[in-house]
Design a protein around this ligand. Structure first.
Ligand SMILES: C[S@@+](CC[C@H](N)C(=O)[O-])C[C@H]1O[C@@H](n2cnc3c(N)ncnc32)[C@H](O)[C@@H]1O
Length: 394
């Protein structure tokens, strides 16, 4: 059994995290959840802990074996994608505030009413809608969020790109026996016969899901880069003779540059959005006139020389050190003394890192031999770039 004093200490940590909670900081929820997770684990008997991992149980409280055995996260995610494919959550979201029956959903979707009622029983049990009466549902904030294009795309990708790896990981390890990951293709390539990037180029639905989910994530979950880095002050430090140039390399649909323009509407500047042509061609809606999309492969020579800021967000975590060095080198070669390179990425803690970031690290490994890095790993990577780079501040 857990030591009571230890549990009290963990409970206090939750209280402290709640006191420090700042609603204006999109990552402020993380310390609270980390603290709750520590208390949850400390109270869980090891046998239950091991079993829950095996079944990926979503429900936080085990009432009986039946619930545990049935409620696997894999099954939940398959049904969630089914609910999205059938348009069930989207219909509820569109009719927010109304009570919608399984019969209404059957009429709207054309699918079997009993099938809908069964899927919705699971959806409401895992919190993706509320059940207000017998086979009657209403949208909650999670229904609305999951019905956004970025969340739909992200959910579908999460299933369809990672589940095939589950059935191949043992074969992958036996056949490849990785002893140097830079020489070993990632598990995704082994399972699918092509790289993630090749799949995304070939499959426009997945590609759109990927790009939409990047945009949604940046809009809702990340602190804007120009808030983390005092960009206006830094630009003001040098005597500008021409409007500053900012290049977002691998900037996807341009959400970070758009947010920058919205924050500084009067700042005269040139904002260059670089990404693959298939990304730029599918940007939904017009970009602000200050944002200029230019197709660019970051493994080739950077054509924009001497920009004030080169910005790389969540790009290097997709690549191993060898590829990352090439991307960085193509940028470093074009930098002038006034140029700054901003890398917006996770810096992993040396010990006891939070689950969400360690999950992301392993996802990157499985999909593309990418990695999240500790400060030491970032420093080593930057020092190996030609010409070498060094961290000025974190
Ligand atoms: C993980 S996403 C990050 C997107 C964006 N910076 C963000 O934080 O939301 C990686 C981006 O790199 C782009 N990308 C992949 N390979 C590329 C290449 N060879 N040249 C340019 N962009 C590439 C992808 O299209 C995608 O938009």
């Amino acid at each position: 059994m857990a030591d009571k004093a230890h549990l009290e200490h963990l409970a206090e940590s939750i209280q402290q995290a709640v006191v420090s909670y700042d609603p204006s900081n999109p990552s402020s929820w993380m310390p609270i959840q980390d603290a709750m997770e520590k208390l949850r684990r400390a109270t869980e008997p090891p046998a239950i802990f091991v079993m829950k991992q095996r079944f990926h149980v979503h429900v936080p409280f085990l009432r009986d074996w039946e619930i545990t055995n049935r409620s696997t996260k894999t099954v939940q995610n398959i049904c969630l994608v089914a609910a999205l494919e059938m348009g069930l959550l989207q219909t509820l979201a569109a009719r927010k505030g109304e009570n919608v029956t399984a019969s209404d959903l059957a009429q709207a979707s054309g699918y079997d009413e009993v099938l809908i009622a069964r899927i919705m029983r699971l959806m409401t049990a895992i919190g993706f809608a509320d059940e207000t009466g017998y086979q009657t549902y209403t949208a909650n904030p999670v229904t609305i969020c999951q019905s956004e294009p970025g969340s739909i795309g992200g959910m579908i990708l999460s299933n369809e790109m990672t589940y095939p790896l589950a059935s191949k990981i043992r074969e992958y390890l036996r056949q490849n026996k990785p002893c140097d990951m830079t020489q070993t293709p990632p598990p995704y390539d082994f399972a699918m016969g092509e790289t993630v990037w090749e799949t995304l180029t070939k499959n426009p639905v997945w590609k759109k899901g990927f790009d939409d989910s990047m945009t949604a994530r940046n809009k809702t979950l990340s602190i804007p880069w120009h808030v983390k880095f005092p960009v206006q002050e830094r630009l003001a430090e040098r005597q500008l003779t021409t409007p500053p140039v900012i290049v977002d390399i691998g900037g996807s649909q341009g959400v970070d540059l758009e947010r920058f323009v919205q924050h500084f509407p009067d700042l005269e500047c040139e904002l260059i959005l670089q990404d693959l042509p298939e990304t730029l061609e599918r940007i939904p809606g017009p970009l602000d006139s200050k944002v200029k999309p230019i197709a660019y492969d970051f493994f080739k020579e950077q054509k924009v020389h001497g920009a004030d800021i080169y910005y790389l967000k969540s790009v290097l975590h997709d690549w191993d050190d060898v590829s990352s060095q090439k991307i960085l080198s193509n940028t470093a070669k074009t930098m002038k003394p006034h140029s700054r390179l901003l890398i917006n990425e996770i810096v992993l803690a040396d010990t006891n890192e939070a689950l969400i970031r360690t999950d992301m690290d392993m996802l990157m490994l499985l999909l593309c031999n990418g990695m999240e890095r500790t400060k030491t790993q970032w420093t080593e990577l930057l020092a190996k770039v030609e010409p070498p780079l060094k961290i000025v501040e974190v």
